[in-house]
Design a protein around this ligand. Structure first.
Ligand SMILES: [Mn+2]
Length: 361
């Protein structure tokens, strides 16, 4: 079975970039792309109850449209959804979101089975993970590949508050590595962590098989924390391969350049490389960039602006640079620079001292 895993779309409006991201994911699942059997959405498909009726209708139409398109060529892909901490109240077990949609909700531990897979979903859960852990363990089937869908906060150093968007419940349903090891599911397909794709292995003992925990990250920009191209996770449970797949959806990125008056070219090249990297996505309106130019320059400010805009075109940027040619010709400053150049310290330290003295002048 081929599974495409995502979470945290936070849908708000049937016309916006988040909804388009869903279409992009459906495309990946559909006939021409990854030949997916199952799409898993581990929570926060919807952002809140605003627009929810409209969204549900649009979502159902879209799902049916893809279903019809696929059914002619291959069995249509199934969609499994669990509620997260943002959309826990937005589902009812009797909701109809399309003939191929399975909502895993209504009890603490829900299951969905295929010939080879035993999929267990944990819909939004207020209590402590330990209070349902034995029920989750009991739900495992030794004859099948066991998969856990859960919206949670993994207790790991890189999972920080800002990684979950502007979520006040950033520490929602904490799960530790020890709990994952105890459960020993083959795949834990999680949601709640927005900022990046994270794939971690865990195993019962050194010689036992490797299991995988995956946060796909939001498939579209939600806040300013979703930097870089967005991804989903593709898993083939037969060949056991797992890989992130990049999406052509809206993402965010920042660029902070520190200009140095003796080496203006370096900053301009950095700027050029940043713009060039995002060029294609900018043209498609899929990249939202924040550029900030800082530091000191030796050429007139007007000339600097012209040089910069040859590169940026009509992309917005923040210009915080200061023109310092007068200081560069100051005899005390020249003496300081000579001493600094002779000092046996790292280039970074030199730069730091240079900026410090420049600020003082
Ligand atoms: Mn979320």
């Amino acid at each position: 079975m081929r599974i495409l895993h995502t979470a945290d779309l936070h849908l708000r409006n049937p016309k916006d970039e988040r909804f388009k991201a869903l279409e992009c994911i459906f495309d990946k699942c559909s006939i021409n792309e990854e030949k997916v059997d199952l799409l898993t959405i581990s929570g926060d498909l919807f952002d809140n109850k605003e627009n929810i009726y409209n969204l549900r209708v649009e979502l159902r139409n879209l799902i049916e449209e893809y279903g019809e398109r696929d059914s002619f060529f291959k069995p249509k892909f199934k969609i499994l959804i669990i509620p997260g901490n943002h959309d826990e109240t937005l589902y009812d077990i009797n909701d109809y979101l399309g003939s191929n949609v399975e909502l895993l909700c209504g009890k603490n531990v829900c299951s969905y089975n295929t010939n080879s897979l035993n999929i267990i979903g944990i819909p939004y859960f207020k209590g402590d993970f330990d209070s349902i852990i034995s029920e989750i363990e009991d739900a495992k089937k030794s004859s099948k590949v066991n998969i856990l869908l859960v919206h949670c906060t993994l207790g790991f150093p890189e999972i920080r508050r800002e990684g979950c968007g502007e979520d006040r419940e950033y520490n929602y349903l904490p799960i530790s590595m020890e709990q994952l090891i105890y459960l020993d599911y083959d795949y834990v397909l999680a949601g709640h962590f927005h900022s990046s794709y994270i794939q971690k292995s865990f195993q019962k003992s050194q010689d036992s098989k490797k299991n995988w925990f995956i946060y796909p990250g939001s498939p579209v920009k939600i806040t300013r924390n979703e930097k870089g191209k967005r991804r989903v996770c593709l898993i083939d449970t037969e060949t056991q391969f797992i890989k992130p797949i990049e999406l052509d959806t809206l993402y965010f990125d920042t660029c902070n350049i520190n200009f140095h008056p003796y080496n203006m070219g370096k900053g301009l090249i950095e700027l050029y490389q940043f713009i060039d990297k995002h060029k294609q996505n900018l043209e498609l309106n899929k990249a939202e960039l924040e550029i900030s130019l800082n530091g000191y320059i030796s050429i007139p400010e007007k000339e600097f602006k012209e040089e910069v805009e040859k590169i940026t075109g009509n992309i917005k940027y923040k210009n915080n640079v200061v023109q310092v040619s007068e200081i560069l010709n100051n005899s005390i400053f020249i003496r300081f620079k000579e001493i600094l150049d002779q000092r046996d310290i790292t280039a970074e330290k030199k730069e730091e001292l240079f900026n410090f003295i420049m600020g003082a002048f």
